[in-house]
Design a protein around this ligand. Structure first.
Ligand SMILES: C[S@@+](CC[C@H](N)C(=O)[O-])C[C@H]1O[C@@H](n2cnc3c(N)ncnc32)[C@H](O)[C@@H]1O
Length: 167
């Protein structure tokens, strides 16, 4: 579990919530959860599902996050990076997450590992899996510190906005 031992704080931003499986689990562990979703239909369904709760749903593109600097304690992204068409756009999401984190805040996430099966599943759809061996360096170059990348049945990652983070 990528959240194990992480202090999620009060304010959590979830990028690419899709149908909201992670949202439902996370929302009980923070004061406020903001979920930004690219697809208007998915966002509308999520808004209905979480109406009257501590979840705020926004339609938007996380490659240009519309939130002020240092406004979240945690940013989470689960099984969404491989839906982002280029590495540059993935990095824009990660850099935006770093910018939106408060000092000491944590990025948590997961993604599917590259596989032929997943490639076939995404035929005709965006499929741009993260290369696990290069991911730690990417996070480090963007400015994260205290980075952990775990490869098991999927890719799990955790990184912090440490005092040395370059934003
Ligand atoms: C596989 S689903 C995510 C599943 C979900 N996170 C979960 O844990 O069950 C990927 C989602 O990311 C969204 N997404 C892709 N690119 C995005 C972007 N640039 N900004 C925001 N959401 C994005 C897609 O619309 C889709 O709903």
């Amino acid at each position: 579990m990528v959240t194990h031992g992480v202090d999620l704080g009060d304010d959590l931003l979830e990028i690419g919530p899709g149908p909201g499986a992670a949202t439902e689990w996370l929302r009980h562990r923070v004061r406020r959860l903001v979920a930004i979703e690219l697809e208007p239909e998915a966002a509308a369904a999520l808004r209905d599902r979480f109406a009257g709760t501590n979840v705020e749903v926004a339609v938007g593109d996380a490659t240009a996050l519309p939130y002020p600097d240092e406004s979240f304690d945690t940013v989470g992204m689960f099984t969404m990076l491989h839906h982002v068409p280029t590495r540059a756009l993935q990095d824009a999401i990660l850099a935006g997450a770093l910018r939106a984190l408060r000092p000491g805040g944590t990025l948590i996430g997961s993604d599917s590992l590259p596989s032929d099966r997943l490639h076939q599943f995404h035929e005709g759809d965006t499929y741009n899996p993260v290369e696990p061996a290069a991911f730690l360096t990417r996070l480090q170059t963007i400015g994260f510190g205290e980075i952990t990348v775990t490869v098991s049945d999927r890719l799990l990652f955790r990184a912090r906005k440490t005092p040395g983070s370059g934003v």
